[in-house]
Design a binder for this molecule. Structure first.
Ligand SMILES: [Zn+2]
Length: 213
């Protein structure tokens, strides 16, 4: 078996300059995002970054006091097995857990990550989800590979990732089947949403304003 090493490929300059601003009077201004990817060539990496840009543009438009900052990109983490196990446990219990319940125990490796949102690009065919990690401020966002699922087809993966990041920002599902936070989502199976992000609803916008104004 090939021994995998943890490689911090990129720690952006922005992180260095803003890290001291992250926590101010117990209010989180920036949400630091750590992306864990099996390989740097993974085709979900650029949609992940597009989704971060989408959210930052949206938050800026709404003049809100938060943004998503890419803190680190971890390629082929030595801790991949722990994250895959945790993702699988959560996925198996999907629908039977609510965010008020503790859920399966988060692995130490995840708790140790310095960042508020961990985007894990899983190698499993699980449906993507976002999960609040215990009593921490941390969200675990697992993005699976489900090429047979139209909702998660590669042309729409940027919307799937943006949807899960929306949960990590505090949004819940919308009954509007054409909105980004939809569930169920009719829009994902009709028409092409390639390169285009689905809209937020007025409720989403006011919820974000409540949370981050
Ligand atoms: Zn959702």
């Amino acid at each position: 078996m090939v021994k995998r090493t943890k490689i911090f490929v990129a720690i952006t300059a922005a992180v260095i300059s803003t890290s001291s601003l992250i926590v101010r009077t117990a209010e989180i201004l920036d949400r630091r995002v750590v992306i864990i990817v099996p390989a740097v060539a993974d085709d979900r990496l650029s949609p992940t970054r597009e989704a971060l840009t989408f959210w930052n543009e949206t938050l800026r438009e709404l003049r809100l006091k938060t943004k998503l900052v890419e803190q680190a990109l971890i390629v082929a983490s030595a801790d991949t097995r722990a994250y895959e196990n945790y993702a699988q446990q959560l996925w198996r219990q999907a629908g039977r857990l609510s965010s008020e319940q503790p859920g399966p125990k988060a692995p130490r490796e995840l708790l140790d990550i310095d960042g508020e949102i961990v985007v894990f690009l899983s190698k499993q065919r699980l449906m993507s989800f976002a999960w609040p990690v215990g009593k921490t401020q941390k969200y675990f966002v697992a993005i699976g590979t489900r090429p047979s699922d139209p909702q998660e087809n590669p042309a729409n993966i940027h919307n799937v990732i943006a949807h899960e990041l929306g949960h990590a920002l505090g949004l819940t599902h919308s009954r509007n089947p054409m909105a980004l936070m939809c569930s169920p989502c009719r829009s994902f199976v009709i028409g092409s949403y390639e390169k285009r992000f689905l809209p937020l609803t007025a409720e989403d916008r006011s919820r974000l304003s409540e949370l981050y104004r």
